[in-house]
Design a protein around this ligand. Structure first.
Ligand code: UDX
Length: 446
């Protein structure tokens, strides 16, 4: 099938590459000429395991095309994906200007039937908006061409995006026209082989499904972080509690890891956007507001521990920081806890020596101007001469470090661990002061 994808961001690029890999002819359109040129030369704008070879192979074999020519893109595919960004407005609502701009572009240039699929995470009611923008544009052109608008939200996780897309748990399709279902079955046939993963519903339910999924996951994390705060105060160990509750299959082990807060391009933005949607229709979403508040407070947890240990004034202190990305296996630093931490440290006069396996360029891009930040080439180099070690991301390479090296390199054997990577008792025996999340009993041991 011929497919066009508007927006070569995370969602658009991964979806396009995967659709090309299974044999569709995919044309990606983006307004960013540099990005398009880079992609043609095999330069991928994001770090995502498995994506670079997939893009290169499909580009070389001619199934994956990149262009800035929107008109050509509209003519190319009967299926037109909208996968552009929906950044938060000043009040946290999703800004739909890029989505509606693509809708207008499609209607301006189309001269045959198109199925427009919303892949971007968009508020309930967006498909209606896309439809009316397109209808209006066609009317202005004085033509009548049939089209369908479908909600087809994406559920991929950064760091596992290619495999999530290749083997989706579900393909949610929101449509009010049974006739397009056959076309969508043909499009998704290669992903649907062993059992039917397509879940058909009306458009508004599909739009809400995406927000409900992300908000549910964010709720699990904030719930666990709240329990971790209680555990700390009560002298209990949240890691034991996590195992205890996770063993109940109704709760499950997934997504109940306490930590220094969730980040990324989805949870913070989507929780906020659903809060705004609710408020706009006169409903007060108390639970979602609490999820957001708990997360905000949780990102301040490590700075609080540091203050507890070193006092308010951190002038003359240097902190080694391991982990800058919002989670492992990505270079994405959007809403990362490391940023809240670094900014709190700088505000109190401290210096930071940071290392991340993938996010060094991104950190340089965001904070390159800062004289109180040094980017170090290895995790060991980051430790040299620092007063303490702080961990914000659970990269695999941080899980079994050489504690003797850490001890020798730091001025004091103190670790602030936002991801509960180590055994508190063992660290205590080795002479470390170990601050972790919700491990009240263990901290007392230290
Ligand atoms: C998320 C959803 O998982 C995905 O389905 C959706 O399509 C997009 O948003 P992503 O943002 O890539 O994906 O990351 P995810 O792995 O879900 O992690 C989000 C944040 O939650 C990270 O900061 C992570 O550290 C944190 N987290 C996750 C926890 O603090 N505890 C957990 O138990 C799980």
């Amino acid at each position: 099938m011929k497919v066009t994808v508007f927006g070569i961001g995370y969602v658009g690029l991964v979806q396009a590459a995967v659709l090309a890999e299974v044999g569709h002819e995919v044309m990606c359109i983006d307004v960013d000429a540099k990005k398009v040129e880079n992609l043609k030369n095999g330069v991928i704008p994001i770090f995502e395991p498995g994506l670079t070879p997939l893009v290169k192979k499909n580009y070389e074999e001619g199934r994956l095309l990149f262009s800035t020519d929107a008109e050509m893109g509209v003519h190319h595919g009967e299926m037109q994906f909208i996968a552009v960004g929906t950044p938060p407005d000043e009040d946290g609502s999703a800004d739909l200007k890029y989505v509606t701009a693509v809708a207008r572009t499609i209607a301006q240039h189309m001269n045959s039937h198109k199925v427009v699929l919303d892949k971007s995470t968009v508020p309930v009611g967006t498909a209606d908006k896309v439809r009316s923008v397109m209808a209006q544009t066609l009317k202005e052109r004085g033509v009548e061409i049939p089209f369908d608008v479908v909600s087809n939200p994406e559920f991929l996780k950064e760091g596992a995006a290619v495999s999530d897309c290749m083997r989706p748990e579900r393909i949610v399709i929101g449509t009010d026209n049974e006739d397009v279902v056959d076309l969508l079955r043909e499009l998704y046939e290669p992903f649907n082989r062993n059992h039917d993963r397509m879940i058909l519903m009306d458009i508004r339910s599909a739009e809400l499904t995406k927000y409900a999924a992300n908000c549910m996951l964010a709720t699990k994390i904030s719930f666990m972080n709240e329990i971790s705060n209680l555990a700390e105060l009560l002298g209990a160990d949240v890691e034991k509690v996590r195992q205890g509750i996770g063993s109940d299959p109704r709760i499950g082990y997934h997504f109940i890891y306490p930590g220094c807060g969730y980040g990324g391009s989805c949870f913070p933005k989507d929780v906020q956007a659903l809060i705004r949607t609710a408020e706009q229709i006169g409903y007060q979403p108390r639970l979602l507001q609490a999820v957001e508040q708990v997360n905000h407070a949780q990102k301040l947890k490590l700075p609080e521990f540091i203050q507890r240990h070193f006092g308010e004034d951190l002038k003359g202190k240097t902190f080694a920081l391991w982990g800058l990305s919002f989670k492992p296996n990505t270079d994405d630093m959007r809403e990362a806890s490391s940023r809240v931490l670094m900014e709190a440290l700088w505000e109190r006069g401290a210096q930071v020596q940071a290392f991340d396996p993938e996010a060094m360029d991104e950190t340089q891009r965001i904070y390159g101007h800062r004289t109180d930040l040094k980017l170090m080439g290895t995790k060991e180099a980051a430790l040299q001469g620092a007063d303490a070690l702080v961990i914000c991301t659970e990269w695999q390479s941080f899980r079994v470090p050489d504690f003797d090296v850490i001890k020798k390199s730091l001025k004091q054997p103190v670790i602030f661990d936002g991801r509960n990577l180590y055994d508190p008792e063992r660290l205590s025996k080795r002479g470390f002061v170990y601050y972790a999340i919700g491990r009240g009993a263990s901290i007392n041991i230290a």
